[in-house]
Ligand binder design. Structure first.
Ligand SMILES: *[C@@H]1O[C@H](CO)[C@@H](O)[C@H](O)[C@H]1NC(C)=O
Ligand SMILES: *[C@@H]1O[C@H](CO)[C@@H](O)[C@H](O)[C@H]1NC(C)=O
Ligand SMILES: *[C@@H]1O[C@H](CO)[C@@H](O)[C@H](O)[C@H]1NC(C)=O
Length: 238
């Protein structure tokens, strides 16, 4: 290191010259490192940004499919084909409590008390649903209705019941339909010919807060379940 050069410069100068050259590569390395760091930062930032964009796309899609669901649902409730508009159940809230429940693939009926679907987008506003029961939040007069499609075997009862906390937890029959079928010989050929019927009940009743409504039938295994809109239960405040 301290050797004389051909130029005859003092050793200390040679030393600086000798130590100087290694510096630029180090600087270069540092430059490369900071470049690498910047690139890494850039990659991470763009990754994070693209993640946000993808998430936003997912949320948008979800919202879109939900909106479509609601549109098809409101079409079904209306019972007539309407042109799909942006107006969904959530955009225009009902002015009063309302509920419309239907049958569905997720439904498992009790022996007597019918259950209603949670996946079929039930219309529920200012009322709640729990295990077959429609629970009233606001006291008032309500129009209550229910329809069931059933197989006529011997007899079939269709009730709309009210459970109230006021009268010692009484269960009151609000609406009742009964069908007595003539007793046919219970041979297999006759059971194939069994008639299919509909039972529709409706009426107006005064209900209190925390009252619950439910549909009771003589035998839930006689209820025919081909389409979700064939069996329904609903109420709305008038
Ligand atoms: C009303 O029905 C519910 C549910 O089946 C039952 O738990 C309750 O004991 C009944 N109330 C009366 C007073 O029978
Ligand atoms: C209804 O139930 C809620 C909670 O279960 C209770 O806070 C409220 O006082 C009840 N209302 C009436 C009128 O019983
Ligand atoms: C349902 O109806 C049956 C008669 O079909 C009756 O015996 C039973 O008590 C009712 N259950 C409830 C909880 O209302």
């Amino acid at each position: 290191m301290f050797s004389k050069t051909s130029l005859g410069r003092p050793p200390y100068l040679v030393d600086t010259q000798a130590t100087m050259p290694p510096l630029p590569p180090r600087m270069k390395q540092r430059g490369q490192q900071s470049n690498f760091g910047q690139t890494l930062l850039f990659v991470l930032m763009s990754l994070a940004l693209s993640c946000i964009v993808i998430e936003a796309c997912f949320i948008y899609r979800l919202y879109q499919s939900e909106a479509k669901h609601e549109m098809s649902f409101s079409k079904q409730v209306g019972g007539e084909v309407t042109t799909p508009t942006k107006t969904s159940v959530h955009d225009v809230l009902p002015s009063k409590p309302v509920a419309h429940l239907t049958d569905g693939q997720d439904v498992v009926h009790g022996k007597h008390i019918l259950s209603w679907s949670r996946i079929a987008d039930p219309l529920l506003y200012e009322m709640s649903y729990r295990e077959g029961n429609l629970i009233i939040h606001q006291e008032g007069y309500y129009y209550i209705y229910s329809k069931v499609f059933y197989l006529e075997k011997d007899s079939f009862y269709h009730y709309v019941m009210r459970h109230t906390e006021r009268m010692a937890g009484a269960n009151i029959t609000l609406l009742l339909a009964r069908k007595y079928s003539p007793r046919l010989c219970s041979t297999k050929s006759n059971s194939h010919a069994a008639t299919r019927s509909n039972s529709y009940l409706a009426g107006v009743f005064h209900l209190l807060q925390n009252d619950s409504l439910y549909v009771n039938v003589s035998d839930s295994s006689h209820v025919l379940r081909h389409k979700s809109m064939e069996n329904f239960f609903g109420a709305f405040m008038i």
